[in-house]
Design a protein around this ligand. Sequence first.
Ligand code: HPA
Ligand code: ZN
Length: 325
Amino acid sequence: KVTKEFIQGLPKAELHLHLEGTLEPELKLRLAQKNHINIGQQTIEEVKAAYQFDSLTSFLQVYYPAMNVLQDKEDFCALALDYLKKAKEHNVKYTEMFFDPQAHTSRGVPFETVINGYYEATLQARKFGVEANLIMCFLRDMPAESAMETYRQALPYRDKFIGIGLDSDERNNPPLKFTEVFALAKKDGFHITMHCDIDQENSIEHIRQALLEIGTERLDHGTNIVEDPSLIAYIQEHNIGLTCCPVSNSFVVDDMKGKEMLELLHQGIQITVNSDDPAYFQSYISDDLYALAQKYELSQDDVVQIAKNSFGIAWILEDKKKEYL
Ligand code: HPA
Ligand code: ZN
């Protein structure tokens, strides 16, 4: 039997983590008071009670309004730093953290406030032994023009993030909607990843577009790929991994999708386990891995392989990976 302590102690990389999804009720209340923002709740218990969802859509409806409490650079820094301290407790050596600039610029917060705050937290985390990089995500339910404008806004800060991702509501927002901006980002030397959420109307077509048309280097979620052996062969050949989030899945589709993860893992696909939005799903990375291990009776070898995969598909130099393992 794999214990919680064993899982927590394993060196890990976390690669699917939305910084805006790390907003714990305590910080939300503190920032609401500091910035004089009425969030409609007065106590931790009330905030927690409002964290209720049973689908991606209902989750996003709680998630975006909460971000109002984030106003200045210090707020963004505090949010990321709280997560990075938690990551340290879970023996996360390295993390690539998503952030959603449009969720902030659309309500009047300058791009530079967001990126400078988050980046400052990565500098501080390095001092306590957690290495972190940023991945800028576009909100796929906003127009392609907005993504392009965001990309242009970001270019002066290009040294502060290493990759580009795609998140938010996937319905009717296929990868191909963003062909132009991803092609540009790729040409500029950024890494590329994108969400292919669980059980979408066109999951396989979206995965196909992400892999073959956009040229993504990873799939965030992406377990519907089990339905298409030719796409599995493709990611095997190109060493493209999946960043899976079992507890998040159990909230939004009522299924951890552990069966699919294990099937792929045992075919040698680089499956990783991550927390997605840990404050909302009340589950940090070790909790996710433990929940999966318990429910699907993972062997110690499976768990170790998953941890190794997280470094395997991280966007860091091979020498660094050896140092962490
Ligand atoms: N999917 C899409 N958008 C998101 C997610 C997710 O898992 N988490 C935060 N924004
Ligand atoms: Zn996600």
